[in-house]
Design a protein around this ligand. Structure first.
Ligand SMILES: [Fe+2]
Ligand SMILES: [Fe+2]
Length: 273
């Protein structure tokens, strides 16, 4: 199964640019074209929050207008920039969302891999936190199907990247999540967003990653006193491949046209000199 992850699309109403220079709408359109053209076909797309930049309903509607062009099915979880109320209003026809609880969690059982959307957001706060209730929901959800390869996707990462101004607003009790996942080994991976830069780790046997951004990236500055800033790095998305045995591999896929592909071997079978 091939799965794509989009994250932190930060759409603004009226196609306004974000932060004075980032055309997030056009960059999302580029990412959608890229996914639609990817081969083998992408079977599903997960979108890990910060769908909008300011949470307005109009921006959610614009996101939907743009993402309607996506061929594979897509699933959304909220980020800290998304108003919960407007999120639920904009996606009310998405069969997997349930607005009767205080959080937006769900599991998708339609694919060879079980997908769990997990809500890490705290209303009006940039950081994430998991209450006992949310952890219990996840524990129960995972206990229902212990043999199915599962991917968890959420906005806030439960680990430190070394980019300090982002680390202070990640998932505050990430250790509790990781501890819970050590008892549910069918979870092959936790796919996160929020940081706007690709990063990967493995903690206590739990593989975790943050997706790159298809628009603006947080500057790679590992100086603890480094200022909050972004850079227009080459836009990219994350691709996951899960094989028949349930093993997961992750790739970065850069958006745009690049020189190639060029064959390694000439028609006579010799390595090109
Ligand atoms: Fe973001
Ligand atoms: Fe965020």
């Amino acid at each position: 199964m091939i799965l794509a992850q989009l994250t932190d699309t930060h759409i603004r109403s009226g196609r306004q640019v974000a932060y004075g220079r980032v055309d997030t709408c056009s960059m999302l359109e580029n990412a959608i074209t890229h996914i639609n053209n990817f081969r083998p076909n992408v079977e599903a797309v997960i979108v890990t929050g910060d769908i909008t930049d300011r949470g307005e309903l109009e921006a959610f509607h614009l996101f939907r207008e743009i993402i309607n062009e996506l061929v594979p099915p897509w699933y959304v979880v909220p980020g800290n920039h998304d108003s919960r109320e407007n999120f639920l209003q904009a996606f009310k026809d998405c069969h997997y969302l349930n607005d009767s609880s205080d959080f937006i969690h769900y599991s998708i059982e339609d694919h060879p891999v079980r997908l769990i959307g997990f809500d890490t957001t705290v209303e009006n706060k940039p950081y994430g936190f998991l209450t006992e209730e949310r952890l219990l929901w996840l524990d129960n959800c995972l206990a229902e199907k212990t043999q199915e390869t599962t991917i968890l996707f959420q906005h806030h990462p439960p680990f430190f990247t070394g980019i300090n101004h982002m680390d202070v607003q990640n998932l505050l009790n990430g250790k509790e999540l990781i501890q819970l996942l050590t008892s549910h080994r069918q979870v092959q991976h936790v796919a996160c967003g929020h940081v706007h830069r690709a990063s990967e780790t493995c903690i206590d046997g739990v593989g975790i990653s943050i997706a790159p951004n298809a628009a603006h990236s947080t500057t790679l500055d590992l100086d603890p006193s480094g200022p909050s800033s972004f850079s227009m790095d080459p836009p990219a998305i994350r691709i996951f491949r899960v094989d028949a045995e349930g093993y997961l591999t992750s790739h970065l896929s850069y958006l745009g046209s690049f020189d190639g592909p060029h064959p390694y071997f000439s028609p006579d079978g010799k390595l090109v000199g």
